[in-house]
Design a protein around this ligand. Structure first.
Ligand SMILES: [Zn+2]
Length: 127
């Protein structure tokens, strides 16, 4: 399923190929996701296209620095970013899609990141 989205001011625009709904979404409670109310959609790099706004993106790293948090320097909205948990994918913010998508929300205990990632990997291996 093809979806489009972007930041609040419209400088950042992307298109993504999503699985058929209900689309698995991750609700993380780590320090930064809790503050921003971010809801994650895992999109492999090759299924994501940044249509506009590369120069509008500002970058923020903390902790291990593995994740690169990208936000629009005009409106401050983080519509997608490079997560630590899935190095081959972007994480797209469900709240930044143009049209609502039917989701299957899975909690991720980002406050205890190492354990939560181990659980997620085990789940994905089981399929
Ligand atoms: Zn913006």
């Amino acid at each position: 399923m093809r979806a489009s989205g972007g930041c609040h001011c419209g400088a950042v625009r992307f298109e993504a190929e999503l699985p058929e709904p209900p689309v698995p979404a991750i609700d993380c409670n780590c320090s930064i996701c809790r503050m921003t109310g971010y809801l994650h959609l895992d999109v492999p790099h090759e299924k994501f296209e940044l249509v506009a706004g590369r120069d509008s993106l500002s970058s923020y790293r903390f902790g291990t620095g593995a994740a690169e948090h990208l936000f629009c320097r005009s409106c401050g909205v983080k519509s997608f970013y490079q997560p630590r948990s899935h190095p081959g994918s972007w994480s797209v913010n469900c709240h930044c899609l143009d049209e609502p998508v039917e989701l299957e929300v899975v909690p991720f205990d980002g406050r205890d990141w190492e354990q939560a990632k181990a659980n997620l990997d085990a789940q994905e291996q089981r399929g």
